[in-house]
Design a protein around this ligand. Structure first.
Ligand SMILES: *Cc1c(COP(=O)(O)O)cnc(C)c1O
Length: 351
């Protein structure tokens, strides 16, 4: 075996060995008697989001495939968290990293990629990212990671401390250790694929609910089975929703889907800040809206049980967008109506 690959794999495994698992936080919501809500806090990874897991998986996958070797330039199409996390692992094993992103990407994101020694290559708009990354990889004999294609298969879905195994292990001593549902939004669809496969593999009595924001085709693709549906508009909830069904999105692992208005996602993230004193990203708000919707349904049917979702990233990244009232009024719309319905739901009663 190639000694360099052996060493690179060992470096990533040693880093994982030194890492702690992320917390599973229990929420206290008095009005939901008998329904226990949990948040898996993926913002606490060293690079700040659930993409830390994906980046580790993609690097190990490409190394073990022999696609990344000594000196191979690694390239990704990402304007977001994936580029930041991949830059971290590229630096760890000493390979060059280039993130292909739209020119209008937030300065803070560009800075973070550069902080980890990555380079940013700009294209004019998001739809050009994929092809530009593939071309760049061909030209420099590099490796295009292609998260939207490989996310679903790079992670060991049967276990190996993946996010699903971790959730079920951390739930073990709870009063309802097997969640009635796990709720998750989809970006690459990688996390829902891991959760859904693991649930079936272990035979758990847990349903997987996927939540989708506005301007995304995932909900329609799941409903109709038609993977060719496309829209020509980008979404407003960072990290989730896609204008087309990328290969990594696996509808058949999902038991149920809900569409969540973007303003409802933002209302839910504000609600969590009130409850926990912490800011989270907007996709976490989408997850929460889905979880609270299920909780309301369970209360209606007098059911007890537990529900689990994820904190995907922290809100500190979005102080000048989702946490800026003017920006929200201009870009998202009226959040107050959803804040009101959350207040009614959580006041304990009928709406
Ligand atoms: C990527 C991402 C998601 C969705 O996770 P996938 O596994 O890619 O479907 C949700 N929220 C944020 C902030 C993300 O970066």
């Amino acid at each position: 075996m190639n000694a360099w690959i052996q060493q690179a794999v060992a470096l990533i495994k040693a880093d994982a060995q030194r890492s702690a698992d992320t917390h599973l936080i229990k929420l206290a919501v008095p009005s939901l008697t008998g329904i226990d809500l949990y948040l898996k806090d993926e913002s606490s990874h060293p690079t700040g989001s659930l993409k830390h897991r994906l980046a580790r998986s993609l690097f190990l996958y490409a190394l073990c495939n022999g696609q990344i070797r000594q000196g191979t330039t690694v390239i990704e199409a990402s304007s977001g968290s994936t580029a930041v996390s991949e830059a971290y692992f590229a630096r760890m094993i000493g390979v060059p990293f280039i993130a292909v992103m739209p020119r209008k990407t937030a300065k803070a994101k560009i800075k973070q990629v550069e902080f980890y020694g990555g380079r940013c290559h700009f294209v004019e708009c998001a739809t050009q990212m994929h092809d530009a990354a593939a071309t760049l990889a061909r030209d420099c004999h590099g490796h295009f990671m292609d998260q939207f294609r490989y996310a679903e298969r790079a992670t060991d879905w049967r276990g190996n401390s993946n996010i699903a195994e971790s959730i079920f292990r951390q739930m073990r001593l709870e009063r309802h250790p097997v969640p009635a549902s796990i709720i998750m939004s989809a970006g690459t669809g990688g996390t829902t694929a891991t959760l859904g496969r693991y649930i079936r593999y272990k035979g758990f009595d847990t349903t997987l609910l996927a939540v989708d924001p506005e301007n995304s085709v995932f909900y329609d693709v799941w409903q109709t089975g038609d993977r060719s549906i496309e829209i020509n508009q980008g979404g407003r909830i960072e990290g989730i929703g896609r204008p087309k069904a990328e290969e990594s999105f696996q509808p058949s692992v999902i038991d149920r889907m809900l569409q969540v208005p973007d303003a409802a996602s933002v209302a839910a993230m504000y609600w969590l800040e009130q409850l926990m004193g912490r800011k989270v990203g907007a996709s976490t708000g989408t997850n929460l809206w889905g979880m609270l919707t299920l909780a309301a349904e369970m209360r209606e049917r007098s059911e007890q049980g537990s529900l689990v979702t994820l904190i995907c990233d922290s809100g500190e990244r979005y102080l000048d967008s989702y946490y800026d009232a003017e920006w929200v009024a201009e870009n998202i719309g009226d959040v107050a109506v959803y804040q009101q319905s959350l207040a009614t739901l959580l006041d304990g009663g009928c709406s």
